[in-house]
Design a protein around this ligand. Sequence first.
Ligand code: AMP
Ligand code: GLY
Length: 439
Amino acid sequence: MAKNQTTYGLRELKKILVIGSGGRENSIAWALSKNTSIEQIYVCPGNGGTANFDKCSCLRPTSQDEKTIIFECQRLQINLVIIGPELPLAEGLANKMREAGLTVFGPCKEGAQLEASKDWAKKLMIENNIPTAKYWTTCSKEDALKILDKFNQPLVIKADGLAAGKGVTVCETIEESKGAINEVFSGKFGSAGDKVILEEKIEGPEVSIFALSDGEKLIVLPPAQDHKRLLDGDKGPNTGGMGAYAPAPLINEKDLQDLTELILMPTLEGLKRKKIKYIGVIYAGLMLTASGPKVIEFNCRFGDPECQALMPLMGEEFASVLFACARGELEKAPILSFKDSCSACVVAASKGYPEKPQKGDQINIHPESNSALQVFHAGTTIDQFDNIITSGGRVLSVVAQGESFDKAFELAYGRLKQINYDGMHFRKDIGYQIRNILT
Ligand code: AMP
Ligand code: GLY
């Protein structure tokens, strides 16, 4: 490969801003900090672990409104902005930043509908022959109940809009589906539930696939598996995600290539046909059913905690590749390499998560220096005495790499034993699908 290609953009790419405060943004900043040409990485607002990494610091302007953040980007001469969470993307932060002349990795408001409106995403899938479960969309409770009556089987009930991962109810019985319809139309999800999707219930193992897109082309990342339920054995309520691993061995390289052609490329083509230049992550959550893979959701950003498992696998070209995507010239970027390793991530949550997370508990972490281990912070902050304290539901992601998933999880769980805070809890069985659990 020509030298100018391996060093693409690095002469201009010195200062990066990552928007967000979670484990995802902490791990992205860490991955970027590995690139020796980058001088400074700001995370806005960041968390109690942001400054643990070389060249990384929190950016906390007096106000978090768009204008102030854009002004800060200009003042600090930020060369690349990476927007982590879905909400600012759905609200059009990327549009406003681009209008202000900034270079942004993250889709425009129109593209973010892939995640922000399930109905919009479903239509895009149908228009582009992307396999997905059968569905009905309605804005009326009476209609919804009629559809349920006619279909005469339990349905999955989904609020159309963003509901912080809580807008989906998978029902076992028709009675439960009725209850979920009543609930979604009760206003529980605010305007996200004005429109409702009723979906055929499908079955099979779940896996997530990801592509980085520059609006024209895409590159595919290793697949990952999330663990949405709070408790071991996939029991308990849904959460933002309690652990992940990558690359998910459930799909091999050939499968991934097939899924790229069946799902990721048609999604990008569909977006292009709508005149949307989609710059960012296309995340497809899949269910591998007996009748083939089907998309159950799209996200318009990296998953959290899938991102934390993925970042340690990224080759050093990662920063250049994101920059090339943001500039719409992926063809000029170096080929993104992936480390040949198994990456395991376990999330430690706070007492009361997900219902009512307790805040303000002091976190004790014994120092450890092992390049195959990372502790990414999410709901943490630093108090006036320089103690690290909990400040949210998902507190830390402990991530480890090894030549096998057994080794990677052993390392991650070993590290968790060196961390404690009041009410700390985590799943003991992350990766149960692919490892030999000895306990
Ligand atoms: P979502 O918030 O769209 O990711 O959905 C949350 C979870 O609900 C998914 O991870 C699936 O386990 C489940 N789910 C969503 N749609 C369906 C469906 N059509 N059939 C069965 N399970 C589903
Ligand atoms: N872990 C799933 C998500 O980020 O939505």
